[in-house]
Design a protein around this ligand. Structure first.
Ligand SMILES: [Zn+2]
Length: 74
């Protein structure tokens, strides 16, 4: 019973995150004004203004344009 509800919730979360809308967190954050990328919970990531913020779901995508941050080591 409980497992079934958990599975439904998981499916719902997956479909929401793949649709690209909503507040679902992505794995990596970068700024248009720097050459570093961060984990979303990094203090440096929190300083990035929303208009300069870029989100990446995959590390390879982030690393192709940016270097990993020394603080959060993404
Ligand atoms: Zn960082």
């Amino acid at each position: 019973m409980t497992m079934k509800i958990g599975l439904v919730l998981l499916m719902l979360t997956l479909s929401l995150s793949s649709s690209g809308c909503g507040q679902s967190p992505l794995n990596y954050v970068a700024s248009r004004r720097s050459n570093l990328f961060h984990r979303p919970d990094c203090v440096e990531a929190a300083d990035i203004k929303p208009k300069n913020r870029i989100h990446y779901a995959r590390r390879e995508e982030a690393a192709s344009d940016h270097r990993p941050c020394d603080i959060c080591k993404p």
